[in-house]
Structures are given as structure tokens and as C-alpha cells.
Design a protein around this ligand. Structure first.
Ligand code: FMN
Length: 186
């Protein structure tokens, strides 16, 4: 797939079929992720691949409770509160796979490094006919000792990018973008 087609066509996918994603495909996506630039080429991250729906359900319950308890007043707080209070809402949309990109430990630029790897992974997934979505709702909880324990993550690591992956149930309509705010100097 042509790069601009992937950049323009990738969407956050929130409805998936039950079709699993095979291990070789997941490894290809991770290979694309590590080709992203990283500060001093440290690649300071590791990947946790979760395919157990029971585990994803448990993390989702923890994430919803964590988010509801820590929602600050913001433009979206009421919308989030309603969504997170729905008993049947699973923050991972029952996707067959979660790839969590975590920094090995606190260090400068880990968030940037993990986010760049995540974008590569999402674009590669789109090119492979798969859907993805970054699940920010899970981030806070995964950074707690309880969240880390659910995935046997080391205490010093920093989970940054929880990306769900799966086969989209249907095409996702384009999401509008605001025009870029460009400020020229010279
Ligand atoms: C850091 C980050 C956190 C996000 N968290 C969530 C989330 O918790 N749940 C969700 O459904 N979408 C989440 N998204 C997806 C965005 O809502 C989505 O990317 C945005 O609406 C633009 O749509 P598009 O990706 O289809 O262009 C997140 C995206 C990013 C980059």
C-alpha cells in the first residue's frame, strides 16, 4: 500500500469480527513498530500481546473503575462518565488482540518513542487490512500496581500505548480534521 493512502485511510476501529489475528501477522506489525525513530536509537520499550479475552475483560473493569474515580472536570468528563458507567461497555471493544507498548523504565523521551512505534504499528496494520485503536481509557489503570500485576509487568516499566488490533467489522467513515494551524516565520 502506498504510504499516503495508509496515512489518509487509517481509522480508529471500534467494531471487530471474531476472527483471530495470527502470530506471524502480529510479529510483522511489531517489526514495523521498532522501525520507528527513537531517541538515541534506544528502542526503550517492550511489547505485551494479550489474546486472552478474560484478561482483557478484567483489565477493562479495572480501567473503567479507575477512570471513573479519577475523572477530572473537563470538556469530555460527562460523556466519558456516561460511557464508562455502561455495564456492557468494554474499553477494548472485544478486539481479539491488545498490543501494549511499554517503556522499560522512566527515562527522557519514552512517551515519544512509544507513540512513534505505535503509529508505525497502526499504519502497518491498516496496510495489512486490519483495524486498530489506541485505548487511552486503559492507560491510567495499566500504570497502577494492580494493572501491572494483571499482565505480569515489571514495577519499574511505564505502559504507554495500549493498541487493540483486529479485523474491522465494517469500513469506518472518515473523521474530519481541522485545518492545520501553520505559523510561518520567514
Ligand atoms: C492517545 C490516544 C488515546 C485514545 N484513547 C481512545 C480510547 O480510550 N477509546 C477510543 O475509543 N478511542 C481512543 N482513541 C482514538 C481517537 O478517538 C481517534 O484516533 C480520533 O477520534 C480520531 O479518529 P481516527 O483515528 O479515526 O482518525 C485514542 C487516540 C489516541 C491518540
Amino acid at each position: 500500500m502506498e504510504l499516503n493512502e495508509a496515512i489518509a485511510g487509517r481509522r480508529a476501529v471500534r467494531e471487530y469480527t471474531n476472527q483471530p489475528v495470527d502470530q506471524a501477522t502480529i510479529l510483522r506489525l511489531i517489526d514495523a513498530a521498532v522501525r520507528a525513530p527513537s531517541a538515541v536509537n534506544q528502542q526503550p520499550y517492550f511489547f505485551t500481546v494479550v489474546r486472552e479475552q478474560d484478561v482483557l475483560d478484567r483489565i477493562s473493569r479495572g480501567a473503567k473503575a479507575f477512570m471513573l474515580a479519577s475523572l477530572a472536570d473537563s470538556r469530555h468528563a460527562e460523556h466519558f462518565r456516561l460511557r464508562l458507567s455502561e455495564p456492557n461497555f468494554q474499553v477494548f471493544y472485544h478486539a481479539p488482540v491488545l498490543v501494549l507498548i511499554s517503556a522499560i523504565e522512566q527515562a527522557p523521551w519514552i512517551v515519544e518513542d512509544c507513540a512513534l512505534a505505535a503509529e508505525n504499528l497502526m499504519l502497518a496494520a491498516y496496510a495489512a487490512g486490519l483495524g486498530t485503536c489506541w485505548i487511552g481509557f486503559a492507560q491510567g489503570f495499566l500504570n497502577t500496581p494492580d494493572g501491572k500485576a494483571m499482565l505480569n509487568l515489571p514495577a519499574q516499566c511505564v505502559p504507554v500505548a495500549p493498541i487493540i488490533v483486529g479485523h474491522p467489522r465494517s469500513p469506518v467513515p472518515k473523521v474530519p480534521r481541522t485545518a492545520p494551524d501553520v505559523r510561518w516565520i520567514g
